[in-house]
Design a protein around this ligand. Structure first.
Ligand code: SF4
Length: 267
């Protein structure tokens, strides 16, 4: 990677990449340019609000178990979920997309109840919401992320979803965390179905990313190639002209895109 190319990324405002920014770029380079180069806000919807409130509730649970603590009760988890959701909604940080906070609470509380026994069955964590930073000579900018929960022998990332399928987006994230921490990284998926269910690595190998030194090296190389594609866009198209609008042929990218009204693909 040349110093010129690295400077191009830094000058474009891309000082690091994260699992979510990498996935966004892979989904649609123009959407990535709008968000991370033009710095235009992207207000997440009600599913993201449910996810963030759920994460906070179990962050509280796992933090209380650090060092062998007992965790917090189910009703404290539910209160944490409710309080966080209401605070975020009141701050207008999310687009509720026509939902009400009470309907979101009704959707979220059963998922808290479904995951609580799984959380109780886990070993004592050694880190919760920890920052990871991968810096390598082969990476023009570092990879930055925040893991959900780390245990001695493995880590997990928690997800809420409509069904038990593993989203392709999640794979890059768990690979990066596994590479950063040199241990396997699992997914705990809670479905937002009528009767919520929880899927973990014990339900199939698709819920766990294995770790090896060679695989970690391949992961860093994969990310380096994605970052090289970002810098090639800067060098080919500049920062003011649109980048490829790949979201146009993606299953759900455009309907959820806040930049659609000015996107050349939809002009
Ligand atoms: S509307 Fe679609 S193609 Fe255009 S920037 Fe958004 S995701 Fe990309």
């Amino acid at each position: 990677m040349s110093a010129v190319a690295t400077n191009a990324l830094i000058e474009a405002g891309i000082k690091h990449v994260s699992p979510s920014s990498l996935n966004r770029f892979l989904r649609c380079p123009e959407n990535f340019r709008q968000r991370y180069v033009c710095k235009k806000p992207d207000r997440a919807g009600h599913k993201a609000l449910l996810g963030t409130a759920d994460s906070k509730a179990f962050e509280d649970f796992y933090v209380a178990r650090l060092g062998g603590g007992p965790g917090i009760s189910l009703s404290d988890c539910e209160d944490s979920f409710r309080d966080h959701l209401l605070a975020k909604a009141e701050a207008d940080e999310y687009d509720l997309e026509g939902e009400t906070t009470s309907s979101l609470i009704d959707t979220g509380i059963p998922t808290i109840r479904a995951y609580y026994p799984v959380a109780q069955s886990m070993p004592d964590p050694i880190a919760v919401e920890e920052k990871i930073l991968i810096e390598r000579d082969s990476l023009p900018v570092p990879i930055l992320g925040y893991t959900d929960v780390e245990f001695e022998a493995f880590g997990i990332d928690r997800k809420g979803a409509a069904n038990k399928s593993v989203h392709p987006d999640w794979r890059l994230q768990t690979r990066i965390y596994s590479a950063a921490k040199s241990k396997p990284w699992g997914l705990h998926v809670t479905t937002r179905t009528k009767v919520p269910a929880v899927y973990t690595p014990s339900d199939g190998e698709q819920y766990e990313e294995s770790w090896s030194t060679a695989k970690a090296d391949r992961t860093v190389r994969m990310v380096g190639q994605i970052v090289a594609s970002m810098e090639s866009m800067i060098l080919m198209f500049g920062v003011d002209d649109p980048w490829p609008q790949n979201g146009y042929v993606h299953q759900w990218a455009c309907p959820r895109c806040p930049y659609k009204s000015s996107c050349p693909a939809w002009a």
